[in-house]
Design a protein around this ligand. Structure first.
Ligand code: UT7
Length: 333
């Protein structure tokens, strides 16, 4: 009997962060801020910064190599690569194509997804849908961002928040009913009326690069922090509940929450609303800051390697970001 390919499973995880550490004390020498303010308002103590010689595809490739090794698969077996990023190497071709070449994954279709900080959750849902059709078998999903390249290092309201990194997962289609790592379901949402709250204004077709846009620093991140904050707490709570309910589960079934790492206070407020104790929440924002699409897969990789997920545990990855976008994906480890 022909296998029915309706299930997808997480086979491997990997991550990469650059060596260079930029601490809050380093930032004190760059802008009018203090370690105390940053820690109290955000929970961030330090972040990683990629060297000039590395672009997003380089970070992504390192993370992907780690995930493939974990999965025991080779790049030649991969038939789909999706990179979630807001800091592609260039406008086109896609970063996924550059990763495909660097890995030597010559059989893979490759494209990028842009859902800002929700990008990785969107990309996992997209890959899962492709794999569920049976037309694709093995996908690499990567969240990678080099936010240091679009950060205004003179703006204390944003430059203290961001860092560089990449994380990846290998997902395969499976005919087995309840395999380890099974992706149970996703919930994705967007509200385009909030697009101005968080963006990089220049460099696209609406405001092409010019001497004026560079002088006005319009190629860097602009954000209304307070508005994003309020939206984030609500969106994270709703996404987790909606995603779990679509899988026939509730917060009581949740063993590990892997949230987007934007602000410690947002994570705590969302967890509190959901009634999820601190011990079930993965946090690494103190060491990496906000790495956009990379935050969740790096946190997932660290949690898996630290043994925080046991066989059969229910995990939920949840994110929010520019767009506005938000969403969650549930899996059974
Ligand atoms: O992935 C999604 C991306 N973004 C986010 O998730 C960000 C969400 N928002 C936040 O995390 C918070 O809104 C921030 C951390 C960005 C800001 O925290 P806040 O508690 O909302 O502070 P605020 O913007 O209300 O600013 C309070 C004060 C202001 O001074 P005044 O007007 O009260 O005199 C700011 O100018 O803090 C000042 N301030 C700073 N002071 C020292 C802003 N940035 C800094 C800084 N150091 N780095």
């Amino acid at each position: 009997m022909a296998a029915v390919l309706t299930t997808t499973r997480l086979l491997g995880v990997g991550s990469y962060v650059p060596d260079k550490v930029l601490s809050n004390f380093d930032l004190e020498r760059m802008v009018d801020t203090t370690d105390a303010w940053i820690v109290e308002r955000t929970g961030i103590r330090e972040r990683r910064i990629a060297p000039e010689s590395m672009a997003t595809s380089d970070l992504a490739t390192r993370a992907a190599e780690g995930a493939l090794e974990f999965a025991g698969r080779s790049a030649s077996e991969v038939d789909l690569i999706i990179v979630a990023t807001v800091t592609p190497d260039m406008m086109f071709p896609s970063t996924a194509c550059l990763v495909q070449r660097k890995l030597g994954a010559s059989s893979a279709a490759a494209f990028d997804v842009n859902a800002a900080c929700t990008g990785f959750v969107y990309a996992v849902a997209t890959a899962s849908a492709f794999l569920s059709t049976g037309s694709y078998r093995l996908a690499l999903v990567i969240g990678a961002d080099t936010l240091s390249r679009i950060t205004d290092w003179t703006d204390r309201a944003t430059c203290v928040l961001f860092g560089d990194g990449a994380g990846a997962v290998v997902i395969e289609s499976s005919s087995v009913n309840a395999p380890p790592g099974e992706i149970l379901g996703s919930y994705l949402a967007a509200d385009g009326t909030g697009w101005e709250v968080l963006m990089q204004p220049a460099g696209g077709s609406q405001m092409p690069a010019s001497r004026e846009t560079v002088d006005a620093r319009l190629h860097s991140i602009k954000m209304n922090g307070n508005q994003v904050y309020k939206f984030a707490v609500r969106a994270m709570g709703n996404a987790v509940k909606e995603c779990l309910s679509r899988c026939g589960l509730t917060c009581d079934d949740l063993d590990l929450l892997i949230p987007h790492q934007a602000n410690m206070r947002i994570i705590e407020a969302a967890a509190q609303r959901l009634g999820v104790p601190e011990s079930k929440v993965v946090v690494n924002i103190d060491r990496y800051g906000n790495m956009s699409s990379a935050s969740i897969p790096v946190a997932l990789d660290e949690a898996v390697r630290a043994g925080r997920l046991e066989s059969g545990d229910i995990g939920v990855m949840v994110a929010f970001g520019g767009g506005l976008t938000w969403g969650a994906t549930a899996f059974r480890w």
